[in-house]
Design a protein around this ligand. Structure first.
Ligand SMILES: Cc1ncc(C[n+]2csc(CCOP(=O)(O)OP(=O)(O)O)c2C)c(N)n1
Ligand SMILES: [Mg+2]
Length: 466
């Protein structure tokens, strides 16, 4: 379908969307997407049988458009055409409304070889969630819930500080990637989902996320010590925290490899008809992997309930983001898949919380995949053995001056939610919980040798193996 591509209106359009062109009313939602799909007037729009089948219009956008049509009095209600017929969902492998596989002809495609008169203009807009913008009461947090956020972030910090010490004492061996500095990302995110229903999957820097999800510090420390009481029975270690009950789906060591797994989790939820979503966390470095593109593309095609959350901590091992990306505004990469995309500060737990809530409720629960970049900073080297000499002088001090835990403590004091003594007590409690976890891990047994092959997936009739 040929599109009329006149100059866009810079004041309209929503999150990550194109702007409108002529023929549709001012402020009509997603007008530029409609235009790109060849729909340039209300009259034309009323004739569209299934909005979701238009290129670039997913279910969330289709809802906005239907609502706008209703408000204009142009529609007879959501899901119906001007002729009163019920609209059908876009043909996808998850619905059975495509052409049957044995039919002689395939379903009509929505592609066109007609080239519009150029130039094609795109004006994008992206939501941002800067630090210091959000207040706890606006987010619905009571004073004691704000203290819970602080307690959770302090637990992660204290836990990891002791991990470093335990590694030096050779209680922990193998890899150890610390999350110190990024705690607002895990805590803010977990408090934006339905814990126990929604899933989280992440990479190997996973201690903070596990603790934020309520995993028992004793099970976590025991895992690091390689003990049988560990969350992965002592056989996973630092990079493989797992808690099926809480839907903490790991802990994955291969950079980028868990992104398709995240898409698979979201696919399963949609297939089973639940309302649950998946938050898929990954580092800036993982975005260079082909698996990022594969997972995003599949999520887009299947309209999966997933949020791709890039934790941009500025480095992949020793390589800074601005040296590694030709487009260092990572949130914009999601636009290539027609995702709504946003950018949030990872140094303020409230900013992360608001951003993740918006992405979960506005997009993922409406089967619209999206991308969120959270800018944060890791204070330690990539792993315990990295002295991080690649940083510029003063860089770490600068970042630590924005520390999310200090920020939250200042917020609590400024808003009279607690006293300094209360904060001190919360911190002491976190330290004590970690100490107890270390003591329990010390006392716990190593797995029995006979456990070596337990929980290892095998398929004895697997083809091609002699
Ligand atoms: C496929 C693959 N390639 C390389 C590595 C080695 N490696 C481990 S971590 C890492 C950097 C990843 O950086 P990022 O995704 O930004 O995560 P961060 O460590 O910053 O949390 C690399 C290259 C790996 N584990 N897997
Ligand atoms: Mg990184």
């Amino acid at each position: 379908m040929a599109a009329d591509t006149s100059a866009p209106d810079p004041d309209s359009g929503s999150n990550g969307s194109l702007h409108e062109g002529p023929g549709l009313p001012d402020d009509f939602p997603h007008a530029a997407r409609l235009e790109q799909a060849g729909v340039t007037s209300l009259e034309h729009l009323r004739e569209v049988e299934s909005l979701e089948e238009l290129t670039g219009i997913g279910p969330a956008y289709a809802n906005d458009i239907e609502r706008a049509l209703e408000e204009l009095g142009e529609s007879e209600g959501g899901g119906t055409t001007s002729t009163g017929e019920t609209t059908e969902k876009r043909s996808s492998p998850l619905s059975s409304n495509g052409a049957s596989e044995d039919s002689a002809e395939g379903p009509a495609t929505h592609q066109s070889i007609d080239i519009p008169e150029g130039p094609i203009k795109e004006t994008l807009s992206f939501e941002t969630y800067p630090a210091d913008r959000y207040k706890h009461d606006e987010l619905g947090f009571e004073a004691d819930e704000v203290l819970d956020l602080l307690s959770n972030m302090l637990l992660q910090r204290r836990f990891e500080n002791r991990c470093r010490q335990m590694y030096q004492r050779q209680k922990i061996s193998g890899f150890l990637h610390l999350y110190i500095g990024q705690e607002a990302v895990s805590t803010g995110s977990v408090n934006a989902i339905n814990l126990g229903d929604d899933s989280i999957i992440t990479a190997y820097r996973d201690h903070g996320m596990g603790l934020a999800m309520g995993m028992d510090p004793e099970a976590c420390m025991a895992e690091l010590f390689g003990k049988a009481t560990g969350c992965s029975k002592g056989k996973g270690g630092s990079m493989h925290f797992f808690d099926a009950e809480r839907k903490m789906m790991g802990g994955h060591a291969i950079v980028g490899a868990h992104l398709p797994l995240g898409a698979g989790i979201a696919f399963a939820e949609k297939f089973k008809g639940t309302d649950n979503v998946c938050l898929c966390f990954f580092g800036d470095g993982a975005m260079h992997q082909g698996a990022f593109r594969e997972a995003c593309n599949l999520a887009g095609i299947y309209e999966l309930p997933i949020v791709f959350v890039c934790e941009n901590n500025q480095y992949a091992m020793g390589t800074a983001v601005d040296r590694a990306f030709s487009k260092p505004d990572l949130y914009k990469h999601g636009y290539n898949f027609d995702f709504p995309c946003s950018l949030a500060s990872g140094m303020d737990v409230f900013s992360v919380n608001q951003a993740v809530r918006d992405h979960v409720e506005t997009y993922a629960r409406q089967d619209q995949p999206s991308m969120l970049e959270v800018r944060t900073y890791r204070y330690q080297g990539h792993s315990i053995t990295d002295p991080a000499e690649y940083r510029a002088e003063g860089e770490l001090d600068q970042r630590q001056s924005e520390d999310a835990i200090n920020r939250l403590q200042d917020y609590i004091l400024t808003h009279d939610l607690a006293t300094e003594a209360d904060i001190e007590e919360i911190d002491e409690e976190a330290k004590q919980r970690v100490k107890n976890a270390i003591d329990a891990a010390n006392d716990a047994p190593f797995p029995d040798e006979s456990a070596l092959y337990d929980d290892v997936y095998t398929q004895e009739d697997y083809p091609f193996i002699a």
